[in-house]
Design a protein around this ligand. Sequence first.
Ligand code: CP
Length: 318
Amino acid sequence: MNDTQFTAAGKLRHLLTLADLPRALLVELLDSAQDFCARPGAAVKRGDSLAGRTVANLFFEPSTRTRASFELAARRLGADVLNLNLDTSSAVKGETVLDTLRTLEAMNVDAFVVRHAQAGIPALLAANMQSHVSIVNAGEAHVSHPTQGLLDALTIRQHKPDFGELCVVIAGDIAHSRVASAAIQALGTLGVGELRLAGPPELLPDPGMQPGARQYHDFDAGLRDADVIMMLRIQKERMNRHAIPDEREYFRRYGLTPERLKLARPDAIVMHPGPINRGVEIDAAVADGPQSVIRSQVNNGVAVRMAVLNKLLGTDRT
Ligand code: CP
């Protein structure tokens, strides 16, 4: 168990990774998120379990979905929310990340939601905060994105609850993807029946890193009879310029088109964490088509982040 993530009494204090989250706790978070879910157009669920608490969003990398959903989640539970603009903060004068957090900690911030391009930053911060302060990892380099893993697991469960029966394909740039890492961890804990990783060899992890998954360089073969297809963006920001594939050729070999989708089961669901690059990893007709659950993933993102903040900071936390 990750000692930094839990208190000495075994309670969740920070959310840094799904790697060692016990199955019971993962399921508890999914159940709690399900209770917070509201259909688009319906009145949102609200609560006051975070009243008197302050949540600060510190995104050192760009974000639309994660940042917006953490803000909505915290506000819907009654917290005060601080969105620090890092372009105009003292970070540009050379202040370290840790000093920035310690400064805000002195203003009674209770939780920091942090996205950073450097691996290890969330754990470093967690090890240096006062005992009542929580760190939530909102995306760490290529390593970890735990709330994305939770919202992906919740989305799959809503459509296909029996994980043991499922064949899940994760396709694209898996080597550079924290989304893939988190999904693989969550799916492993939930006992997924079959996990396939599809993509060009240079974008797949070393096979030894994911021994439970079968690798496919032929996307068509990887798609056959799949129940869940999780498409990934090419993470150009984490690549050497020379390693970036030719986008047309990549789409020809690894793009999810309506024709390719027919190789999967007829009721297969198509997922993508966003942001989408239409015509690179996914055809617009698939992204917007009847098998796409991409907008459900976004909707579930708010509910999952409400569940996580409630667990870490809520007055009704156990
Ligand atoms: N999926 C995801 O992390 O999206 P953002 O980069 O927009 O937060």
